[in-house]
Design a protein around this ligand. Structure first.
Ligand code: NAD
Length: 314
């Protein structure tokens, strides 16, 4: 089996590639290296297990080259920064929605009909019951990133309905772990690196979300991909519980050894406009496939803090 991974040089993509290659896939990557790093996948390239193609999903000719001759696509390329939409209003439209249209259209032209997609819990919006099951609707996202993820899901299911594609749509919780290049833990470590006397926390710290360790996330993706065979397979991927931002700040100060850093809250119930203060995914459907998640949110946060402190060099 030959798989294309879009965004394969990124945080989650590079872990997915480790797992795909370990289970015998031939892998091709298209990535424009906007937030991904070649070093995350360089061993596989040197070993000849991975074909790397530096290209951009907003370019139809790049995408056409990438999808030629593959059996399936794991689509992870996107702008990862939800907050960016508060300042730049067309990034998610271009890097998310239009990029996904280009990908689907080139898959149709090249006869590739299987797609797994990295969506997000933020499609549910802020009024959803917690834990939120996949059956909840209507989905009313409140960020531009969330709007793009929901639009991409719609494009994918419509290509399935119209052109007989098969799709696996994964709505991720917050995914954290080794090689993380963004997100709250990464930000806190960098803030403490710059000034270890204080740690600024966006919001009142009571925001509470579910965190899933990245290797568990990619194992869950592959497990569901291999065992679920409907035309549309929609799954939340997350852990059993939540962790507050206040608790994350405490864990990061403990793990960095900067226990005396003063934790300062900017106030307000959310980190930024479009941030969802409380999110927890229902994971019963994932568990019913036989995939068991081991880390709870706090354990995933502590493990990630230790890994990133080591990688960042504090
Ligand atoms: P990431 O930034 O590390 O990975 C995204 C990759 O896509 C990067 O390597 C980047 O260079 C590449 N890329 C971006 N735009 C591209 C384009 N136009 N053409 C080619 N390559 C492009 O982010 P990540 O955290 O690994 O996220 C992977 C996917 O999972 C994204 O779609 C993201 O929205 C989704 N997701 C992530 C989380 C999370 O907590 N990390 C949660 C929900 C959903």
């Amino acid at each position: 089996m030959r798989a294309l991974v879009t965004g394969g040089a990124g945080f989650i993509g590079s872990h997915l590639i480790d797992a795909l290659i370990a289970s015998g896939y031939k892998v091709r990557v298209i990535d424009n290296l906007s937030s991904g790093k070649l070093e995350f996948i360089s061993t596989h390239i040197e070993n000849g297990d991975l074909e790397f193609y530096e290209g951009d999903l907003t370019s139809i000719s790049d995408v056409n080259k990438a999808t030629k001759g593959v059996d399936c696509v794991f689509h992870l390329a996107a702008n990862p920064d939800i907050r960016l939409g508060t300042r730049v209003t067309d990034t998610d439209l271009k890097q998310g929605t239009i990029a996904t249209y280009n990908l689907l259209e080139s898959m149709r032209i090249n006869g590739v009909k299987k797609i797994a997609f990295a969506s997000s819990s933020v499609v549910y919006g802020e009024d959803a019951p917690l834990p939120t099951p996949e059956s909840y609707g209507p989905c009313l996202p409140i960020s531009l990133y969330g709007a793009s993820k929901l639009a991409c899901e719609g494009l994918i299911t419509s290509w399935a309905g119209t052109f007989d594609f098969q799709a696996w749509i994964f709505r991720f919780a917050n995914i954290i772990g080794e090689r993380g290049t963004h997100g709250v833990i990464f930000d806190f470590i960098h803030k403490l690196k710059n000034d270890n006397s204080r740690l600024e926390v966006l919001g009142n710290g009571l925001q509470e979300k579910s965190y899933m360790e990245v290797k568990e996330c990619v194992n869950a993706i592959l497990h569901v991909y291999k065992t679920q065979n409907k035309q549309i397979n929609l799954f939340n991927l997350g852990s059993h519980d939540t962790c507050s931002v206040k608790r994350i700040a405490e864990i990061v100060t403990e793990e960095t050894g900067y226990n005396n850093a003063k934790i300062e809250y900017t106030g307000g119930s959310r980190g930024w406009a479009g941030d969802i203060p409380r999110a927890r995914l229902g994971i019963g459907k994932m568990l019913s496939t036989g995939y068991a998640v081991e880390y709870n949110s706090e354990a995933a946060v502590r493990y990630t803090a230790r890994s990133l402190i080591n990688e960042i060099g504090l």
